[in-house]
Design a protein around this ligand. Sequence first.
Ligand SMILES: *Cc1c(COP(=O)(O)O)cnc(C)c1O
Length: 385
Amino acid sequence: MTTPIPPAPARDKLLFTPGPLTTSLSVKQAMLHDAGSWHFEFSQLIRTLREQILALAELPAGGGWETVLMQGSGTFGVESVIGSVIPPAGKLLVLINGAYGERIAQMAGALKIPHVALRFPEHEPPSIPAVSQALAADPSIRHVAAVHCETTTGILNPLAGIGREVKRHGCVFIVDAISSFGAIPIDLESAGIDFLVSSANKCLEGVPGFSFIIARRERLLETEGWARSLSLDLLGQWQGFQKNGQFRYTPPTHSLLAFAQALAELNQEGGIPARGERYRANHSLLLNGMRAMGFHPFLSPEWQSFIITAFHFPAQPAFRFPEFYRLLSEAGLIIYPGKLTQVDTFRIGTIGRLFPADIRQLLMAIRETLGELGCPAPVLSPAAL
Ligand SMILES: *Cc1c(COP(=O)(O)O)cnc(C)c1O
C-alpha cells in the first residue's frame, strides 16, 4: 500500500511574511534538475553567482571584496560571521532594536564571545551618540554588529551613520542586511561595512537554502584560526571556493539553480531600483488601505521601510488574531504574527513575488474577514485601492 500524495492546490498561498517568501513559477521550475556538484558546469555556476552578488552590491570584481556562499538560512550566515571574524580575545558590540539584533547577541552568548548588548526601543533606530559612547567607554570592543532592516517591526536602521561611528573608532562593522539586500541599495564602502550578510530567499526572491556574505578581503584573510565552528568557518568556506570552486560540503544544488533564475529575473525587472519600486508600491498601497480600514501602523513613517509593516491590533474587542489569521489563510493569504515584546501587533510583508494586485486582493480579504469577526470596517474606496 502506498500513501497517496495529496494533490497540490491550484495556486500556492501568497506569503505576506518576512520569509520564506513567494517565488515565481519559473524560479521553482529551475529546480527540476539533479545537478552533480563536481561537474565543471556547476563550479562555473557558483563562480558566476558569486560575481553577480558583488555586482549587485556595485563592488568591482578584484576590488578587495569577496562573496562567500554558506549553506543554511540567513541565520546560519550571520552565525558564520559572528563565529569566525572575532579574534579569541575580541569583544563585540551588538546594536539591538528587535528580535534579529537580539538573535546576534544570543549567538555571541552561545559561542561564548564576550559582548555588550546595546538595546534601544523597538520603535526607534539605534542612537548614534549612544553607539559612540559605548565604543569610547570600552576600547576592548573591536567589532560592531547591526541589523539594517529590523524585520521585527520593519524599521530601517541608519547604516551610514552607525558605520561612521564604527569606523571613527577603528572597529570592524558586521551588518545583517538579510531582509533589505536586493531591494534597498547599500553602499558598503561609504557605510564602512566589512561583512554584510543576506540570503537567497528574501528580496532576491530565490528559494531558501543558503545565505551569502560579502566580505572585505583584507578583513576576511586576517581571521585565520579564529572560527569557532568547522562547518560555519567563513574563511574555510572561502578557501574551499578558491581551491576548487566548490562548497566544502554538499551544496544546496536546487537552491543554487533557483537563485540563478531569480537573479536573471531581478535583472529583467530592472535591478535593485525597480525591485525596490515594486515593493514600495506594494507597501504604500497596503498602508493606505489598512489606514482606511482603521488600522494603525506601529512605526512612525520616518523609520518605516517598505519591507514589512507591523500594525496594532484594532481596538474592537471582537478582534481575535488567531481567527483573523485562519480566515485569511483559508482565502489563500498568509500574514504574520507580531514579534514585539510589549504591544499586540501583527505584520504584513510586502516583499517576495508580490504585486500591487496581490495587495488589493489582501485588502479586500481583510475587510471581508473583519466583517466576519464582527468588527466591520468602512468600504474601501477606489481611491484607497
Ligand atoms: C529573515 C531574517 C533573518 C533570518 O533569516 P532566516 O533565513 O530565517 O534564518 C535574519 N535577520 C533578518 C533581518 C531577517 O529578516
